[in-house]
Design a protein around this ligand. Structure first.
Ligand code: PEP
Length: 261
């Protein structure tokens, strides 16, 4: 790693209602406080369902917690006749710092295209949200095109029209590793994260590429986080299943203490 602050992000997916969210965030904050966690050393961001965000905002603000949070998706539109969609404007009002865009479950289950994902990235930036742009290949892609071609192509498409100084986070999430228990190896993650950084340099320039955090996601656990964090182009993790287990997630956040990185 370089001087980029590592980011550990928890994608709750469609889990935990707003009451459960309040209890979870309180316990996580206590657990990290007990462990004297330094948020300036390792940033922590949570991605609850939309319906939890107001409760999380109230708690974070009342207790002055250093936890960041964001949504799992955003509309490409600001307002209007888009039933069921959520504007970046609304997320910004809830003090969201981040928004996940292009998660493989949105690409697959909701048929989101690269063009739609690019429009969402631009909408997020317009409203001052940092997009956590997810890219990654399926097992079939891996066999057909090798490890980097698909994620790099997805990144390139999503960056169209994005200003060169944009503050974004990229999450490399091989689809075959998500929820499968079979994580990529640290070497595999490093190879693709390095290729993604090279694409960032080609598209947005070397300074933005050097400043942009590239995360790995896919079956990250407390037992394997250290290996990923030793890689120079991996700046953190997007964690799904393990982000719902308080002790696991807390241990992943505290990877420096627990595993001596
Ligand atoms: C995810 O869905 O973003 C993810 C990485 O899930 P998991 O950690 O469960 O593989």
């Amino acid at each position: 790693m370089t001087n980029r602050t590592p980011l550990i992000a928890g994608n709750w997916k469609m889990n935990l209602d707003h009451l459960q969210a309040i209890a979870f965030v309180q316990k996580l904050a206590w657990s990290l406080k007990d462990a004297s966690h330094s948020y300036s050393d390792v940033e922590v961001a949570l991605f609850p369902p939309f319906t939890d965000l107001r409760s999380v905002q109230t708690l974070v603000s009342a207790d002055k917690l250093e936890l960041a949070y964001g949504a799992q998706d955003v509309s490409a539109h600001d307002s209007g006749a888009y039933t069921g969609e959520i504007s970046g404007q609304f997320l910004a009002k809830l003090d969201c710092a981040y928004v996940i865009i292009g998660h493989s479950e949105r690409r697959t289950l909701h048929n989101e295209t690269d063009e739609q994902i690019g429009a969402k990235v631009r909408a997020a930036l317009k409203h001052g949200l940092v997009p956590v742009l997810c890219v990654g290949e399926t097992a079939a892609d891996l066999e057909e095109f090798g490890p980097s071609a698909v994620p790099v192509g997805q990144l390139k498409a999503a960056l169209a029209g994005v200003p060169s100084d944009a503050n974004i986070v990229v999450a490399y999430e091989p689809v075959w590793a998500i929820g499968s228990g079979q994580a990529a190896t640290p070497e595999q993650a490093e190879q693709v994260c390095a290729a993604l950084r090279a694409e960032l340099a080609a598209t947005l320039g070397p300074d933005t590429a050097a400043a942009t955090r590239v995360l790995y996601g896919g079956s990250v656990k407390s037992g394997n986080i250290a290996g990923f964090m030793r890689e120079p182009n991996v700046d953190g993790a997007l964690v799904g299943g393990a982000s719902l287990d308080l002790d696991e997630f807390s241990a992943i956040v505290r990877f420096k203490k627990h595993v001596g990185v």
